[in-house]
Design a protein around this ligand. Structure first.
Ligand SMILES: Cc1cc2nc3c(=O)[nH]c(=O)nc-3n(C[C@H](O)[C@H](O)[C@H](O)COP(=O)(O)OP(=O)(O)OC[C@H]3O[C@@H](n4cnc5c(N)ncnc54)[C@H](O)[C@@H]3O)c2cc1C
Length: 503
C-alpha cells in the first residue's frame, strides 16, 4: 500500500544487526532515524568483552560474506563493516579424542581428502564423494541465493543444481553412516554444532563458503564488527541513545507514533521499528493489543533446550597459534554438565587472531548444551546459580586438562555466561534464543520467495519488526538483511526509490 505522503522519521528499538541496518539504510534513504538501545554498546548478540587483556567473544564462529563481489559482502560494505582485516582459519572445525587423535575438517579440499584418506584409506570413495560435494557447493553462492531472494541469484544455481541436489536430503548422521572407519563415523555427525540431525547440505554449503574465502574471521571479533557498523550509521547522521530502554510503544488511532522509555521520556516518530525481542515488543511494549492467532502462536514458549546455552571462557597463558580454530572434543564417557548429558565438548581456540589475547597467550571458549528453565530456576537463588556456574567451569577445566596437559595452571581469567546472562543483557525472554515459536522449513525456492516473514502486526500501522523475530534465523547477515529489507519495504510504501551506497 502506498502512503499519500512520505514519512519523515523512524525510531528503532535496539542496536542489534537488524536495528543498525535499518538505521543505516533509513539514513541513506532520507529518513531521520534514532536508535534506542538499552545497553551501553551496539551489536546486541554480536558482542564481546575484555578481561585483563583477553577478549571474550560471545558470538562469531562463521562470518558469511567475506569475499568481495558476493551479495552479502556488498551489504556489509554498504553498512561499513567491509573491507576490514580478516583471518582465514584453516579448518571449518576439527574433532579430537582426549588423547589427541584428530579429524581436521580442512577448508582446502585437496588437503582435506589427503588427511581423511590417511585416517581411513578404506573410505576413499565416500571421502572423495564428500570432497566433490564441497567443491560443488564452492561454485555456488547458495546462501545468497536462498536468503537474499533475488531471482537472478536463484537462476545462477540452476546449472549446478544436479551436483548439489543429492546433498539436500541426507542428515549429517546419514552421511557418517557411509564411513567404515569408527572414528570418522563418530566424528563426522558432530560437524554442525554437534547436531547429527542437521541437513548435510548446510554443512557442505558452509564448507564451500570457507573454501571460496567467503567465510572468514573478522580480526578483533564481534564487537569491533558491530562498532564499525554503528560508526557508519553515525557518520550518516544517525543517533544511537545508549542506556535507553523502551518500555512502551506509543500508539494513537492504531498508528505507532513513538516510544516511551523507562525513564519516562517520550519520543515521537512517523515509524517505529522493533529489533527487540518479539514477545516483549508484542506483549509488553504494545500490551498484547495487536495479535491474531498466528502472532499468539509465535509468542508461545520456544524450545527449552538450546545449544550454546552456557559458555565458559578461559584466558590462558599458553600459545594456541598451532591449535585448530575450533574443536569438538570427544569424551570417553558421557558426563553431566550444566544439567545435560555431554558426550563431547564444543570449543573455539582463539590462537588465530593475535588481537584476542596478549602475546603468547590465548582464549578458549567452550560452549555447552543446556536448558533455559534450568538456569532460570537456579537464578532465583543467586548463591546456587553462582555455585553451578563454578561447578560447570571446574568440570570443563578438568576435561580440558586431559587434552591440554598443564592448562589448569595456565589459566589467568575465567568467565561464564548462561542464557540468563543473555536475557539480562538484552532484555529478552529466553536468553539469546528469542525466536518466534514457528517451525522453520527449508527449501531453496521456498525461502527465497518468503519475503514477508513476520514483519508487521495486524491492525497496527507504521510499525515493523527487523532482526531475529522477522527472520526466525540466527545468522548475522540474515538479520542485518532484515533491516535493509524493511527499509526497502517502507520506501516502496512511501513511493520512493530505495537507494544504497558504499560511500
Ligand atoms: C552464541 C551465539 C553464536 C552465534 N554465532 C554466529 C555466527 O557464527 N555467525 C552468524 O552469522 N551468526 C551467529 N549468531 C547469530 C547472530 O549473532 C544473531 O542472529 C544476530 O546478531 C541477531 O541480530 P538481531 O538483529 O536479531 O538483534 P539482536 O542481537 O537480538 O539485538 C537486539 C537489540 O535490542 C536491544 N533491546 C532489546 N530490548 C530493548 C528495549 N526494550 N529497549 C531498547 N533496546 C532493547 C538489545 O539490547 C539488543 O542490542 C550467533 C549468536 C549467538 C548468541
Amino acid at each position: 500500500m502506498k502512503n499519500k505522503q512520505k514519512r519523515q522519521s523512524m525510531i528503532i528499538i535496539g542496536a542489534g544487526m537488524g536495528g543498525l541496518a535499518a538505521g543505516v539504510y533509513g539514513q541513506m534513504n532520507g529518513y531521520r532515524t534514532e536508535i534506542f538501545e538499552l545497553h551501553t554498546l551496539p551489536g546486541g548478540q554480536c558482542t564481546a568483552w575484555k578481561r585483563q587483556g583477553y577478549t571474550f567473544d560471545a558470538c562469531i564462529h562463521h562470518l558469511f560474506g567475506c569475499a568481495p563481489g558476493s551479495p552479502i559482502y556488498d551489504m556489509w560494505q554498504e553498512m561499513g563493516a567491509m573491507p576490514r582485516e580478516l583471518v582465514m582459519p584453516q579448518e571449518c572445525t576439527s574433532v579430537s579424542t582426549l588423547d589427541g587423535k584428530m579429524f581436521v575438517d580442512y577448508y582446502d579440499s585437496r588437503k582435506l581428502e589427503e588427511h581423511m584418506n590417511k585416517l581411513s584409506p578404506n573410505d576413499s570413495k565416500v571421502i572423495h564423494d564428500y570432497v566433490k560435494g564441497i567443491q560443488a557447493f564452492t561454485k555456488h553462492d547458495t546462501m545468497a541465493a536462498m536468503f537474499t531472494g533475488k531471482k537472478s541469484d536463484i537462476l545462477k544455481l540452476l546449472p549446478g543444481l544436479f551436483s548439489i541436489a543429492k546433498w539436500m536430503k541426507p542428515t549429517m548422521q546419514q552421511v557418517a553412516d557411509r564411513f567404515e572407519d569408527p572414528f570418522l563415523q563418530k566424528a563426522f555427525p558432530l560437524l554442525v554444532y554437534s547436531m547429527p540431525d542437521s541437513p548435510a547440505f548446510l554443512h557442505l554449503a558452509r564448507h564451500g563458503y570457507g573454501n571460496s574465502r567467503n567465510i572468514q574471521w573478522p580480526v578483533g571479533g564481534a564487537l569491533e564488527f558491530s562498532q564499525s557498523i554503528a560508526k557508519k550509521y553515525e557518520s550518516l547522521g544517525g543517533k544511537i541513545h545508549y542506556r535507553a530502554r523502551v518500555a512502551q510503544i506509543i500508539v494513537e488511532n492504531d498508528k505507532a507514533m513513538g516510544v516511551k522509555l523507562t525513564d519516562g521520556t517520550e519520543h515521537q516518530a512517523d515509524i517505529v521499528i522493533s529489533n527487540a525481542d518479539g514477545r516483549r515488543t508484542i506483549m509488553d511494549m504494545l500490551g498484547g493489543k495487536y495479535v491474531n492467532d498466528q502472532v499468539r502462536e509465535s509468542c508461545g514458549e520456544p524450545p527449552d533446550e538450546s545449544m550454546m546455552a552456557v559458555s565458559v571462557y578461559l584466558g590462558v597463558k599458553r600459545d594456541l597459534t598451532k591449535e585448530p580454530s575450533a574443536m569438538i572434543l570427544l569424551l570417553d564417557k558421557p558426563e553431566m554438565i550444566a544439567g545435560h548429558e555431554h558426550k563431547n565438548l564444543e570449543m573455539q581456540l582463539f590462537g588465530f587472531d593475535k588481537t584476542m589475547a596478549p602475546a603468547r597467550k590465548g582464549v578458549i571458549k567452550v560452549e555447552l548444551h543446556s536448558k533455559y528453565s534450568y538456569w532460570k530456576q537456579l537464578h532465583e537463588d543467586r548463591a546456587k546459580y553462582k555455585a553451578e556456574k563454578d561447578q560447570v567451569t571446574e568440570q570443563v577445566i578438568a576435561i580440558l586438562e586431559r587434552r591440554f596437559p598443564g592448562l589448569r595452571n595456565q589459566i589467568e581469567v575465567k568467565d561464564v555466561t548462561t542464557l540468563v546472562t543473555w536475557e539480562r543483557y538484552m532484555g529478552g525472554t529466553h536468553g539469546w534464543t528469542n525466536m518466534p515459536k514457528r517451525k522453520f522449513t527449508f527449501s531453496i525456492i521456498g525461502n527465497s520467495g518468503k519475503e514477508e516473514y513476520d514483519r508487521t502486526l495486524p491492525g497496527l500501522a507504521n510499525f515493523y519488526f527487523c532482526g531475529v523475530w522477522a527472520t526466525n534465523i540466527g545468522a548475522l547477515f540474515m538479520n542485518a538483511q532484515s533491516g535493509k529489507k524493511i527499509v526497502q519495504a517502507i520506501c516502496k510504501e512511501d513511493g520512493i526509490k530505495f537507494a544504497a551506497t558504499t560511500n
